[in-house]
Design a protein around this ligand. Structure first.
Ligand code: RP5
Length: 154
């Protein structure tokens, strides 16, 4: 994520990954304040064995796009809800990538962070039966919770 202030949002991605048993690391890497670290992180990601990158940033949210520019790994971008523009700035900064350098853009805020974790797990599940099973269990439990609680007043 671009700043420690993004953790309140990005913790939801980390929680989902932990729940699904997906090994992951959590780092602050700023496109603007630590650009050299950003390049190093992206350039070393493949040889470090990373398979998917989830990048959360707010405002002028250049982190996901610049990571994607420097690695062939799938990059999922989470627009953090900014104070000034409610995350519309983050969303557009992340979504409007030029053809040739894709970033999979999620929803603004917590929903985007949760879904980034789930989407990353879905990619890993293609070749990891344990993650596939954990995802199926997660989905089944979610469905059952809705079915078991049809009346919003109780
Ligand atoms: C972005 O600027 C970060 O991703 C964060 O969402 C935003 C504000 O950062 P702080 O000033 O709170 O560190 O780079």
């Amino acid at each position: 994520m671009g700043s420690r202030s993004d953790w309140e949002t990005m913790t939801h991605a980390a929680e989902v990954l932990a729940e699904l048993g997906v090994p992951h690391e959590v780092r602050v890497v700023s496109a603007h304040r630590t650009p050299d670290l950003l390049f190093q992180y992206a350039e070393e990601a493949v040889k470090r064995g990373i398979h998917v990158i989830i990048a959360g940033a707010g405002g002028a949210a250049h982190l996901p796009g610049m990571l994607a520019a420097k690695t062939r790994l799938p990059v999922f971008g989470v627009p953090v809800q900014s104070k000034a523009l409610n995350g519309m700035d983050s969303l557009l900064s992340i979504a409007q990538m030029p053809a040739g350098i894709p970033v999979g853009t999620l929803a603004i805020g917590r929903a985007g962070a949760v879904n980034a974790g789930l989407l990353a797990a879905s990619v890993l599940a293609l070749h990891d039966p344990a993650v596939a099973k954990a995802l199926e269990t997660y989905r089944a439990r979610q469905t059952q919770t809705v079915l078991d609680n049809p009346d919003p007043r109780s």
